[in-house]
Design a protein around this ligand. Structure first.
Ligand SMILES: Nc1ncnc2c1ncn2[C@@H]1O[C@H](COP(=O)(O)OP(=O)(O)O)[C@@H](O)[C@H]1O
Ligand SMILES: [Mg+2]
Length: 373
């Protein structure tokens, strides 16, 4: 069923140095990124994979027990132990899911009312919207750093489970705009500027707020943003470097989806946004595709053929089960055909739904085989 694409992805990825997997949450972005990196490394390249929030067992399979901020090579003996051939090098790292500003506030607020008050505060809302992109941004910044400072043949980037999977394309600009805007200045320079911009009332409001709630939000946030601004020195230059890297012909985006309706819709949306931003799409990967059940036979035929081996009751149940699979497979085929049309992608890469959880190198290798044949 899935033989037509063999070798297809490999040739499409030739010469690509940055591969960015995007797609809706839960479709298999992290799995696909790791599997692709493993597969390319096994073929002989030096590959780094940057994952975001991998499941615990997958993380430890990749040797990522702790956040190190730098990629680590997975030792050749690890592959040998599992009977996997590794001609190249696989390096992996994971990015920290940065605490969002909301989480900081929630952890600081002594009670429900105080929490609600801050979260609905307009100044706070402006801050948190601007900083919302910082997770995406750190992924992109890391990518840039790895690209500049190492000699990987290719880097595979997983993307965060954000509602808008392409937020990170705008994150640099948004954060830059924010850093140059007035809200941050208020927090970076307590006293004078605050009074000038917001009038005397603001300081007083913060003071009363602090007394009533027991939170010195002003100094907490000042501290937070002062440390942020320290991190972001030289940010303008980096922003331009990152933008150039994303638009580079050796950078490509892989849209990952399942054959379910919502993720498929998201895939169409993502492809439109990529096109609008002049970003290149390397492939459409449809993950967790269901195989056929009855394989063209009727339920009765299958039941009869199973009966001698399984007995009447079990044969009936198994045949019914296989018929259910056919429904799923039919739905998948229809969704895939629709996606093909919408994205003008005659040959999407199909990866079957596997029965087992994919949480070790063997599981990844199986997916890699499907991806790269
Ligand atoms: N082809 C597949 N067959 C079976 N399970 C899969 C497949 N691809 C991914 N999974 C499982 O689906 C879950 C979500 O995958 P994950 O890669 O974490 O998605 P995402 O990063 O897009 O949120 C994981 O438990 C993973 O093991
Ligand atoms: Mg993920």
């Amino acid at each position: 069923m899935m033989a037509s694409q063999q070798g297809e992805l490999r040739s499409r990825l030739r010469g690509k140095r940055i591969l960015i997997c995007v797609g809706a949450g839960g479709v298999g972005k992290t799995t696909t990124s790791a599997a692709l990196a493993l597969g390319l490394a096994a073929l002989g390249q030096k590959i780094a994979v940057v994952t975001i929030d991998p499941a615990k067992r997958l993380a430890s399979a990749l040797g990522l027990q702790e956040l190190s901020g730098e990629p680590r090579r997975i030792g050749a003996e690890v592959f040998a132990e599992q009977g996997l051939e590794m001609k190249g090098e696989l390096w992996a790292m994971m990015l920290d899911a940065k605490r969002t500003l909301d989480e900081i506030v929630v952890s600081l607020a002594p009670d429900e009312d105080a929490r609600e008050e801050i979260l609905s505060n307009p100044v706070y809302r402006e801050l948190s919207t601007a900083v919302a992109g910082s997770h995406e941004l750190s992924a992109i910044a890391k990518l840039y750093e790895l690209h500049e400072e190492h000699d990987f043949d290719a880097i595979v980037l997983d993307t965060p489970p954000s509602r808008n999977a392409l937020d990170f394309l705008n994150a640099p600009t948004r954060l830059l705009g924010f850093l140059e805007g007035r809200a941050l200045k208020v927090f970076l320079t307590p006293g004078g500027l605050t009074a000038r911009i917001f009038g005397r009332g603001t300081g007083l409001v913060f003071a009363i707020f602090a007394r009533v709630t027991g939170i010195d939000m002003f100094s907490e946030l000042s501290r937070f943003f002062r440390s942020l601004s320290g991190v972001l020195d030289g940010f303008g230059e980096r922003t331009r470097g990152v933008a150039a890297l994303l638009a580079d012909p050796a950078t490509t985006f892989l849209i990952v989806t399942s054959a379910e309706r919502e993720p498929a819709r998201e895939a169409v949306y993502l492809s439109e946004r990529l096109a609008a931003a002049n970003m290149q799409r390397g492939a459409l990967i449809v993950n967790r595709v269901h195989g056929v059940g009855l394989d063209g036979h009727s339920v009765g035929e299958v039941r009869e053929s199973l009966r001698p081996g399984l007995g009447e009751g079990l044969a009936r149940r198994v045949a019914a089960n296989l018929a259910d699979f056919d429904l799923l497979a039919k739905r998948d085929r229809e969704t895939i055909a629709g996606l093909s049309r919408a994205l003008s992608e005659p040959e999407p890469i199909l990866v079957p739904h596997l029965d087992e959880e994919i949480q070790d190198l063997l599981g990844l290798a199986r997916i890699a085989e499907e991806l790269l044949a």
